[in-house]
Structures are given as structure tokens and as C-alpha cells.
Design a protein around this ligand. Structure first.
Ligand SMILES: [Zn+2]
Length: 426
């Protein structure tokens, strides 16, 4: 690029294509910017033999591509291409450049911008309208970009399932995805179709073979999959354990409601009125408030079953507040003893479940690993599904997930154009 002309500068300024010369530009009847560009006459490699030289001009060709919008205006480039005759005599070939692939419908810059939009969870359909290309064109670029997402080998992972609704409305079947999430970065490492032991085993073997900690909810398939890893500690997620307790508490309250009143909770039923405050941890309530709740529970449920379940949930929460494993062990024993003493069926069932998962429950106190990063990634996964109004193709879903939730967000930095002001304008 020795003989820089002013026109070349314009192509760089407007289209970020420094290698082109802008020869003409106009607005067409649809309000689109149409720009005629061409490459400067120069050395080109022959596409067949690779010889670089000033091959003689044979003819001209025209190649129209979509490009990034300029000042909000849809833009297309009409590239006037040279058809050259090879100096070595192997025939004719057209010029090439890195910014526009041969026979592409859009420039590489436009494809990159579309991928960035998909990364920000903008639906493919919206992107394709903005760039004036087909849905498949955008999706192909997104699939290719997803393949380039850097693979990480996490040592602490969480595993969870999420719904992928599929099929037409009349034949809707529910299908599931299992996601593997790095607990240190909250990034999705990999996803696979299905939510059984097999898919979890594959995920762990392919993407986290050196994992030391695997956090999961109370699904035995995930636990047994994690057990296939040699030295991984399986941790039962805190949130799911406490939710198990709260579910049991709700069940007791509903059962007693039916037994006492013969109908489901109504607005003025005392047990129904307590339903929300019972979900609050007792450590957050004042002593007088707790005493008042116990009084109201005693009046509402003379058998004290709801109160017993409430105490059980509190004992479970207290176990998780323990500073170390031994304290937790003592507190869990207190919980078991309470469950045996009160003998409420729902509480007994909860205690049995926790007993089955006891090792994984205590593993929390050694690792302090929870599934919170996994659930956070799951929210992102679900927001992708909602933005796209559901997926039928698992590969497309996986690509969108990896782009949006599988890599650190890179925020563009800009220079500040106003100084900071501490008074707000009236
Ligand atoms: Zn050649």
C-alpha cells in the first residue's frame, strides 16, 4: 500500500476496510448505502499455483456483499473484482482479500458483528433482519464461532439440568440438557442433550476429567456419574437441601390445613397466613417475633406438627451455619433426634433423604462448594431459550449457550468525552 490515495482512506474510515479503494457511493431507492469498492492494482497470488505476481488483467467481475451498517444505514458493498490470467499459464482466477470470503453474502466484519450480537443474546432472527442476510447465514457464523470458544479444564464443577422444549406445539415433548459449569468462573464448560447418568458421565469424562469437586443437586444419576471420576468429592448443594426442608414444611402445613379445615388455605386461615413467614430463616427473626409465631402455630395447629416441621427446617439451616465439619455433624445428629422425637411423616422422609446424602452434605464443609454458580449459569441458559422462543435443534442451542455463557464478557472500552460532574443537572 505504497501509493495511498484519499479514496483509500475513505474506505478505511467508513467501512473499516483499509485495503479497498472507495470509488463511488450512493443511496438507493430503499435508503441503503451502496458503495463501489475495488482493490488497488497490485501483486496477487494465483489461486491455483500460488505464484505471486502482477498477473495480467483479463476481465472484471462484480461481487455484492452486505456489510456493517454505516451511521445506522444498511450498507452493501459492490466489489469490482479483477479476473486475472495467471503468469504461469494455469488459467484465470479472481482477486482475493481477507475481509470478504469468496462468494460470501456478507463481509467477515459483518459476520463478526453478528456473532457478537448473538453473544449478547440477541435472537438470530433479529440479527438477520439487521444485516439483511438469511437466518442460516447468521447461524452458520454462530456455530463456527462457538467452535472457537476456548476450552477450559475446570477443577471445581457444578452439574445441573435444564429444559429444552422441542417439537411442534401439537407434539411437544420435553427434552432436557445437562450443563457442566465451572464453579470458579460461573462459565458454562459444556452442555449435552439428556439428563441421565450417561450424559453426565460423558460430560465429566470429556470436559472435566481432573475435577476435584463436583457439586450437584439431589439426583442420584449425577452423583453416580461424579463417582466415576477418580478423586472427585461430590457435594450436595446447600440450596437444594434447604429447599427440600421448606418443601416438607409446606407439605405438613397443607396437610394440617386440610385436616383441620377440610379445605385448602383461604385468606383468613391462620396456617395460610403464616405460610410466608415460615420460610424465613429463624436467624433473621427477632426472639419476640419467633415467640409470637410459635404462639400462633400452637393456636392454629393443636397437634404442633407444623411447629415441629418448622423447628426441623431451622435445625437444618443451623447445621449449614456450622463453622466446621464436626460442629455440623453434632447439629445434624440433633436434627435426626428431633425428627425421631416428633415423628411427622414429611419430616421423617426428609431426614431419610438427608441420611442417604450425608457424605455429600458434609463434603460442603470441606470444600465450601455450592451450586450457586451453576444456577447462575442456568439463568443465562434459560434466558437464551426465552429470547429464541425455544429450540428444536440442540446443536444450535449449545452454540448459543457457549457463546453467551461460556466465555468471559469482554466489555469494549471507550475514552471518556465528558468530565465527571458531581452535581446532577436539574
Ligand atoms: Zn497459476
Amino acid at each position: 500500500m505504497s501509493d495511498t490515495t484519499p479514496d483509500q482512506g475513505w474506505s478505511e474510515l467508513l467501512f473499516a476496510l483499509p485495503e479497498f479503494i472507495l470509488s463511488d457511493a450512493n443511496i438507493d431507492e430503499n435508503g441503503e448505502l451502496v458503495a463501489d469498492v475495488e482493490l488497488p492494482r497490485g501483486l496477487q497470488p494465483c489461486t491455483r499455483c500460488g505464484v505471486i505476481g502482477l498477473h495480467p488483467l483479463h476481465d472484471w467481475r462484480s461481487h455484492t456483499v452486505r456489510h456493517l451498517p454505516v451511521a445506522g444505514r444498511a450498507t452493501r458493498l459492490v466489489w469490482r473484482k479483477r479476473l486475472l490470467t495467471c503468469l504461469e499459464g494455469c488459467g484465470t482466477f479472481v482477486e482475493r482479500t481477507a475481509s470478504i470470503a469468496p462468494s460470501a453474502v456478507w463481509s467477515r466484519a459483518a459476520a463478526r458483528a453478528a456473532v457478537a450480537a448473538s453473544q449478547a443474546n440477541i435472537p438470530i432472527d433479529t440479527i438477520r433482519k439487521e444485516f439483511g442476510v438469511g437466518w442460516n447465514t447468521v447461524m452458520r457464523a454462530v456455530l463456527a464461532a462457538a467452535q472457537q470458544v476456548a476450552q477450559v479444564r475446570p477443577t471445581r464443577v457444578g452439574i445441573d439440568e435444564t429444559v429444552m422444549t422441542t417439537g411442534r406445539l401439537t407434539t411437544r415433548r420435553r427434552q432436557f440438557l445437562t450443563a457442566l459449569v465451572c464453579l470458579d468462573t460461573s462459565l458454562v464448560v459444556a452442555v449435552t442433550q439428556g439428563r441421565d447418568r450417561g450424559s453426565a458421565v460423558r460430560l465429566l469424562a470429556d470436559h472435566a476429567p481432573d475435577a476435584k469437586v463436583v457439586a450437584c443437586d439431589l439426583f442420584s444419576g449425577f452423583k453416580s456419574a461424579a463417582d466415576t471420576l477418580e478423586d472427585a468429592v461430590v457435594v450436595a448443594d446447600v440450596f437444594h437441601l434447604v429447599r427440600l426442608g421448606l418443601t416438607a414444611l409446606d407439605e405438613v402445613r397443607r396437610r394440617r390445613q386440610q385436616q383441620i379445615h377440610g379445605h385448602r388455605g383461604h385468606r383468613d386461615d391462620p396456617l395460610f397466613r403464616l405460610r410466608r413467614v415460615l420460610r424465613v430463616g429463624q436467624e433473621r427473626l427477632g426472639e419476640d417475633v419467633i415467640a409470637k409465631i410459635f404462639d400462633r402455630l400452637r393456636d392454629a395447629d393443636t397437634d404442633d406438627e407444623v411447629a415441629a416441621a418448622w423447628v426441623a427446617v431451622d435445625l437444618l439451616r443451623r447445621m449449614y451455619q456450622a463453622p466446621d465439619r464436626d460442629t455440623a455433624h453434632r447439629r445434624l445428629v440433633a436434627f435426626y433426634e428431633w425428627a425421631v422425637t416428633v415423628d411427622v411423616p414429611e419430616v421423617t422422609r426428609m431426614a431419610t433423604t438427608i441420611d442417604t446424602w450425608q457424605d455429600e452434605v458434609f463434603a460442603f464443609f470441606d470444600t465450601r462448594a455450592s451450586n450457586a454458580p451453576t444456577e447462575s449459569a442456568n439463568v443465562k441458559i434459560k434466558s437464551i431459550r426465552r429470547a429464541a422462543r425455544g429450540f428444536r435443534n440442540c446443536d444450535n442451542y449449545r452454540a448459543r449457550i457457549l457463546l453467551h455463557a461460556g466465555q468471559p464478557r469482554s466489555l469494549p472500552t471507550t475514552s471518556r468525552i465528558r468530565s465527571y460532574r458531581f452535581t446532577t443537572a436539574a
